[in-house]
Design a protein around this ligand. Sequence first.
Ligand SMILES: [Mg+2]
Length: 120
Amino acid sequence: MATKVLIVDDAAFMRMMIKDILTKNGYEVVAEAGDGAQAIELYKEHSPDLVTMDITMPDMDGITSLKEIRKMDPNAKVIMCSAMGQQAMVIDAIQAGAKDFIVKPFQAERVLEAISKTIS
Ligand SMILES: [Mg+2]
């Protein structure tokens, strides 16, 4: 069965880019969220094997959402998507239980490497 992924990013084109990389490589994108609160709801609904989580989003940011998801499911596998210059937030996220991080602009190879390491 294909690995189920929830993509979280406030930018539709970023979600589209990740989705494209994932679906071309045999992953199943079960849902997409545009903010942290929606991510929590969709996580409950779909129990994905993996989440790609943007850091900067309106309303609820990715680190808060990560923490809530990990509270609900301590085994949740979340990879953070960061922009340049967000090192401090990436460290926060890793301490809060994120498994890895990928930096925008995304390179397909790096995205796939982070995911296969995280789910293995
Ligand atoms: Mg964003």
